[in-house]
Ligand binder design. Structure first.
Ligand code: IVH
Length: 694
């Protein structure tokens, strides 16, 4: 080995040790400056010797820029939820049921904290972190490895020995309260929208496409589960100990209980003590300790029978109501938000609380200067749950809901049977216009990589008023704005450009017709196939579609009967947005891939993994999740894992790149392809909007 390689190896080893001491054990052994110096030295050596690159080097915690969205990965075992209990009786029911199902065989229960963050699955191959996948829908999640590498308490390489050659651990990514407060006050200073709670902030951070942003936000992660492999001991408690030895942060708040009395003692202790923890917890998880017994107890469709969550009662705080702000959303709905005298609650300082609508204000009989009780219901912004009426000094008049839009002054309207007041001036009311653009750009809609701040800036500079304007932006316009450089302008324009090719259902969802969520959008595009047909559909035709009721049908008609909306759709069509849905006919006999088994791996540029899966199936191919002797070829994107690559090599299976795949398709029969490609090239307006706008 060369001297340089030796120095690199020893620096990597030492830095990993210091990382572990600092972030997992919370007991640093050297001053920060020394650590920084070693890191700089390693960075310099690696830069001048790229041949020694290694993805598990401590320098790789801050990844390179990424512009693509996230690839998706199917979980080896679904990420399930737990059934919840809220009182000791329900805990006792669980305990008895387990005892009965195990025919009164002795068993023990692990009590541990329930962390309120985002679940993550980490995969280690030969001790090296290869993939980090979010929970997603429980079956398929986003691959967020680059961001997860930035979390200092997560080992890039396992410590010690004895770990299985493939280890999958599950845990929770969290943003410590302190970091959350720091991040929000930074955002407040910059005039950026605040995160509602540490969990949202952690989620927003993990979904950042640029890992440098994640790196700056100091996430933490606790681990509580290892996917079963034969090498692991039978006891969950012992498994947690091993995870600790291999370098994971595992909470010390774990106790083996042999009776409900033991369990209640744990619940009582942590119900109080949790307010001293640096991170959010929302309960306790109780798990039968023996894996053999867990297997005998099995699963229901949604959750294991061998575990339950006990949810803590939400903590409450009392504070003074200072006033009420009214916010206008993209649909025009006006939401009241209470401004409060800042008060600490569950680890953060609460300054605002949601009031939902006028009825809630009336029900609480809220008055100016009232002292109110606030609670953090498991989610989002805290809510006001009551008024301390004894503390009223002066009898103030009840708070009246506003009558005019706070943004544009239009009189508000309230439809019978609906809780919210609306500003009916959708066309020019600023927050509605901006809100609609923001919604259109979200990931599940047009997936344009732009934040609310940039949208706000473009709006203020009068460059965008509605979504069609996005497609007319030029590089010169963007670079003339403060803080937008050439490179980010180009990135944004590329992202806007590629959004034209998004599936029709995503774009339809993005347009933001009331009651047309993602699922309804899919149903509609499947039923009508094109924007033209959808626009012409009568209420009767719409309600004849499965899942589409009169409320949705009416809302769709109202939308398309509006001349402004029709003009907008016409513009979008002219701008080349994909307003047709691909045909779903499976070509099982004679498709290009008939009888072929294909494995997809890595990240792709032109289409998402799901789109490729659908395409392969349409072409008659069969998808497989793992490589075997039956695999005909692997559709290989970027960053395919080393283990898969080796396996493919060992079995001499061909790797087909994204570009090669398209060449393969383009060279095949023209007609076949026309029907099957997700979106070969958007048709011109005259093809599918007919004479509607001529
Ligand atoms: S065990 C098969 N342990 O809670 C059971 N989950 O509602 C695997 N969570 O998806 C989960 N702390 O995201 C387990 N100590 C803990 C946990 C925990 C938080 C989360 C996890 C899970 C959800 C279930």
């Amino acid at each position: 080995m060369t001297d340089v390689k030796q120095e690199i190896d020893s620096l990597r080893h030492e830095l990993a040790e210091h990382n572990y001491n600092y972030y997992v054990l919370n007991s640093p052994l050297i001053p920060d400056q020394d650590f920084d110096m070693m890191m700089k030295r390693l960075e310099a050596l690696e830069a001048s010797h790229p041949e020694y690159f290694s993805s598990d080097s401590p320098t790789q915690r801050v990844g390179a820029d990424r512009t693509e969205g996230f690839a998706q990965k199917r979980h080896s075992i679904p990420m399930l939820s737990l059934s919840n209990t809220y009182n000791y009786n329900e805990v006792e029911d669980f305990y008895r049921r387990v005892a009965g199902d195990l025919h009164n065989e002795p068993f023990r229960v692990n009590a541990e904290l329930k962390f309120d963050g985002l679940s993550i699955a980490l995969i280690y191959e030969e001790g090296v972190l290869t993939d980090a996948v979010t929970r997603g829908d429980g079956l398929v999640g986003d691959v967020v490895t680059a961001n997860v590498r930035t979390i200092r308490s997560i080992p890039l390489k396992l410590r010690g020995e004895g770990y299985p050659s493939r280890l999958e651990v599950r845990g929770e990514v969290l943003l410590p309260f302190k970091e959350f407060e720091r991040l929000n006050s930074e955002r407040e200073e910059k005039g950026e929208p605040l995160f509602a709670n540490p969990r949202n902030a952690a989620s927003g951070t993990l979904k950042q496409l640029d890992p440098k942003v994640a790196a700056a936000r100091k996430l933490d992660a606790y681990f509580y589960h290892a996917i079963d492999t034969p090498e692991l001991p039978d006891s969950h408690f012992e498994r947690l100990k091993l995870l600790r030895q291999w370098g994971f942060k595992v909470s010390d708040a774990v106790t083996l209980c042999s009776s409900t009395t033991d369990i209640y003692a744990f619940l009582e202790y942590w119900d109080k003590q949790r307010s001293c923890l640096p991170i959010a917890t929302d309960g306790v998880v109780l798990k039968v300790d023996s894996i053999k017994q867990q297997k005998r107890l099995g699963y229901t469709a949604k959750s294991p029978r061998w575990a339950i969550a006990y949810k803590f009662q939400a903590e409450q705080a009392r504070t003074k109501l200072l006033g009420i702000d009214y916010q206008v959303g993209r649909t025009g709905a006006v939401t009241p938000v209470a401004n409060l005298e800042p008060v600490p609650l569950s680890g953060t300082v609460v300054k605002r609380a949601s009031l939902h609508n006028a009825d809630i204000i009336a029900e609480l009989d809220l008055r100016q200067n009232d002292y109110v009780f606030v609670e953090k219901g498991g989610e989002i912004i805290p809510k006001i749950v009551g008024v301390d009426k004894d503390a009223r000094l002066l009898e103030m008049p009840p708070i009246e809901f506003i009558t005019h839009c706070p943004a544009c002054g239009t009189p508000l309207v309230r439809t019978e049977g609906e809780a919210a007041y609306y500003c009916p001036d959708g066309a020019t009311c600023e927050p509605q216009q901006k809100g609609r653009i923001e919604h259109f750009c979200t990931r599940k809609a047009a997936n344009i990589n732009i934040g609310p701040e940039t949208i706000d800036l473009l709006y203020r500079k009068k460059l965008i008023h509605h979504i069609a304007d996005l497609y007319r932006l030029t590089e010169e316009q963007l670079t003339s704005l403060p803080g937008i450089r050439e490179r980010s302008a180009q990135k944004l324009l590329a992202s806007i450009d590629s959004s034209r090719k998004r599936p029709f259902h995503s774009l339809l969802y993005g347009i933001g017709i009331r009651f047309v969520g993602e699922t309804v959008a899919r149903t509609l595009t499947q039923a009508f196939g094109s924007m033209e047909k959808l626009m012409q559909a009568t209420e009767e035709e719409l309600t004849a579609t499965p899942e589409i009721g009169p409320k949705i049908a009416q809302s769709i008609r109202v939308f398309f009967d509006n001349a402004d909306n029709r003009a907008l759709i016409a513009q979008l069509a002219d701008l080349g947005l994909n307003f047709t849905e691909e045909t779903k006919n499976v070509q099982s006999d004679g498709g290009l891939l008939a009888g072929r088994t294909v494995v997809i791996s890595g990240k792709f540029h032109r289409y998402s993994r799901d789109e490729y899966k659908a395409l392969i199936e349409q072409l008659g191919g069969k998808m497989a999740s793992s490589i075997s002797g039956n695999t005909d070829f692997i559709l290989a994107g970027d960053d395919m894992g080393p283990a898969k690559r080796q396996k493919a090599e060992a079995l001499s299976i061909r790797l087909v790149s994204e570009e090669e795949f398209w060449t393969m398709i383009d060279e095949s029969d023209e007609k076949t392809m026309k029907e099957a490609k997700p979106d070969p090239d958007p048709q011109t307006k005259s093809d599918y909007l007919g004479d509607l706008f001529d």
